[in-house]
Write a protein that binds this ligand. Sequence first.
Ligand SMILES: [Zn+2]
Ligand SMILES: [Zn+2]
Length: 223
Amino acid sequence: MQLFEKMEKFIKEIELFIQYGVQESERQDALKFLQRYKNDALALQLMRVFYSSLPETHEEAITRISLLQKKEDIFLLGLSTARHSYLYFATEQKALLLGEYGYEIVEPEALALFGYPDIQAFFEKYPALISCVEYEPVGVTGTMFCPVCSAAVGEHHLLGCPVEVCPWCDGQFSRCGCRFEKLGVEILEDEEELEELERVLEEKGRVPYCKEQCPSYPSGTDE
Ligand SMILES: [Zn+2]
Ligand SMILES: [Zn+2]
């Protein structure tokens, strides 16, 4: 099935789940929230899993999706309703509930993938979802991730990503001459030189990805 058809199907399913699962007073908000993410396969996947397994006694609408961390194409997301919050793993193919936020995490091993040895370490870093950035739907700005290496806003690009900005000359790091100059070589040829480059680059302070670096970011006053 084409992605587009699949997303259309998901939207219909989620609308049905909302119709039958969410209390009437929150139904309109739930549908409005769904509309906001209608072009985002990952968010649809997440909402479908949430609403299809909604605890019967809760009947709540999703009010916010928070982005905690991202590793390759796996996202660690928080999902909030008016009175509860949950932690999820999600990709465009699958979403998995890890547990109710702040309480029990069903699969603590999953957090190890993101570098947290245990639940305590994790909740120390993320005590509350509200302090995390909101997960923005793709297609609205489409710039929350580097279009080339998909680093998230605030993260470092993969070394060699053409979008990375040079911290020495503000040029395009993969094109300017700074890397040769800093290492005192004509060309970069081996692993060791690359490691050395990464070291001096980090020492100087790499420029993390931000929306303004995205070529399609609307510049000027259109926001
Ligand atoms: Zn990049
Ligand atoms: Zn440079």
